[in-house]
Design a protein around this ligand. Structure first.
Ligand code: BGC
Length: 507
């Protein structure tokens, strides 16, 4: 289906980018997105593993004892810093790794960064599955984290750069779709292996090797992005690749634009320093804030700890793992909604709708727990089922909004000169706040009790206001025209785009 992409470009006047959605671009997208499977599998697996008795007995005997004491406080039975460190160490490692990855991405390309990601990840998997002490577990998690940091840096950028503008949102969301599939598969694995004693948890951790192997093999066959090739002065290869992924020889306009972006980027010797300039502030703020807000929706309280959470409200082991499977499938299906809608209704609409839906469900869950769940009772089956339904409604709205758009918007908003550096801030902010939630949620639940859901609710109000006033729409804007068409037009952010002012304020 040939498509002529029209864009009323900035200073250069109207531009036409010609290009089809080629099979080649779709295949490259699908393969690269498997990086999301690794990330998702990790998110989903740790909650299940940390609720398995064999695992707890071997590595966290204190938690095991406490969990089985009938009188232990509902909200506190899993509150253990070491146990949380098992989940969260991965994200700390990913945080640091994303900065290293940003340099590798610029110097050696998106593809090599993905390959490196899969290798780190595979070594981490081996250590984890073979762990005989906490050190092996944690070091394994750290290596997984490095893999995730590398993949999360390279994959969304790769997808945004190869995509024709009118399906950039949809193609980029393949990453998030794979994240949700990874989580879902992990939920099923948790459910299936929980009755394999005593080594089911080893199988659960070891199967993370499957997506990593897929990315490792896949990244050998996919293309490098034209932008990355041109950026590294491989002009002919870049042009040839652009023709190949667009399925036409008529790519001059797009090629010129990438070339121009690369020339600008080349003048910037220190991307990180450049990022601190006044004129980079809008993109930087948006990239960081999108990720911080994404985590403060409270999604990972559910993704990591759904089995634990469902046990807290009184489900038995199997039922709680099964409920996590249900939320997992809702997550996947709702992400498909986003793939279909994001380039049609736009980013802002999805984010705002979701804020409303998430707020209502968080407050409802908080209210139900406040009234019904005391320190040592169970919720009662009927009420517990309602909580699962509300969790599903919450997850669905996250899945078509803040989940995918938290990654999409930062990947499409920076000019090439600061793209990988800026995106590294986005990835690391995500990891930092994922770490905070992973490390703190079980303790917060122990102290705030049902109030934890009102805490997240309050954040959702803040993020809704942010979208209304400060988030510009980026739907259908070519990636290298964001400055002219988005930032210089925005009522608030345009004041940062004045080059003279920039010089005055630069250090
Ligand atoms: C977030 C993860 C989250 C996942 C849920 C991702 O976009 O970054 O933290 O667990 O979505 O699907």
């Amino acid at each position: 289906m040939p498509a002529m992409v029209m864009s009323n470009a900035g200073p250069g006047g109207a531009k036409k980018f010609e290009g089809r959605i080629t099979i080649y671009v779709v295949i490259c997208g699908i393969i690269a997105a498997t990086g999301g499977l690794m990330f998702g599998y990790d998110i989903g697996i740790s909650g299940g593993v940390t609720s398995m008795d064999d695992f707890l007995e071997e590595f966290f005997p204190v938690v095991y004892e406490r969990k089985h004491k009938a009188k232990e406080d509902n909200y506190c039975k899993f509150d253990n810093q070491n146990l949380q460190l098992f989940t969260s160490s991965l994200y700390l490692a990913a945080l640091v790794a994303s900065f290293v990855a940003s340099k590798i991405c610029t110097k050696h390309g998106r593809r090599l960064t993905m390959q490196a990601a899969s290798v780190f990840f595979l070594v981490g998997v081996i250590l984890n599955a073979a762990a005989v002490n906490i050190a092996m577990l944690i070091i394994g998690r750290i290596l997984l984290g490095v893999g995730v940091g590398f993949a999360n840096q390279a994959v969304p950028l790769f997808l945004s750069e190869i995509a024709p503008v009118h399906i950039r949102g949809a193609l980029n969301i393949l990453f998030q779709l794979d994240v949700t599939i990874g989580i879902f598969v992990a939920n099923i694995v948790n459910y299936l292996v929980s009755n394999i004693h005593p080594w089911g948890w080893r199988l659960a951790l070891g199967l993370a090797g499957v997506p990593a192997t897929m990315l490792c093999l896949g990244s050998m066959v996919i293309a490098e992005t034209p932008t990355s090739l041109i950026e590294r002065e491989m002009l002919m290869e870049g042009l040839a690749m652009l023709k190949k992924i667009r399925g036409t020889d008529n790519v001059d306009a797009e090629y010129e634009e990438i070339l121009h972006a690369c020339e600008m980027a080349r003048q910037v010797k220190q991307p990180f320093k450049n990022l601190m300039k006044r004129s980079s502030r809008p993109q930087l703020v948006i990239a960081i804030v999108m990720q911080v807000f994404q985590q403060f929706t409270g999604i990972n309280a559910i993704m990591f700890y759904a089995p634990v959470l469902f046990q807290t409200i009184g489900f038995k082991n199997d039922a709680s793992l099964l409920s996590a499977v249900i939320t997992g499938i809702v997550n996947v299906l709702s992400t498909v909604v986003s793939v279909v809608l994001v380039d049609k209704v736009g980013r802002r609409f999805l984010l705002l709708e979701a804020c409303g839906q998430m707020l209502i469900t968080q407050v409802a869950i908080g209210g139900i727990l406040l009234v019904n769940l005391k320190a040592t009772n169970d919720l009662g089956h009927g009420v517990a089922v309602w909580v699962v339904v509300l969790v599903c409604l919450f997850v669905s709205s996250f899945a078509w909004s803040w989940g995918p758009l938290g990654w999409l918007i930062p990947s499409e908003t920076f000019p090439l000169a600061t793209r990988t550096a800026g995106y590294a801030f986005a990835v690391s902010s995500n990891m930092l706040f994922t770490f905070v939630i992973a490390q703190a949620f079980l303790s917060m639940m122990c102290h705030l009790r049902a109030g934890i859901f009102f805490f997240f609710g309050a954040w959702i109000v803040v993020m809704g206001l942010f979208v209304i006033f400060l988030l510009p729409e980026t739907k259908n804007v070519p990636i290298d025209e964001m400055i002219e068409k988005v930032w210089k037009q925005h009522w608030f952010w345009k004041r940062f785009m004045d080059e003279e002012e920039d010089k005055k304020h630069s250090v």
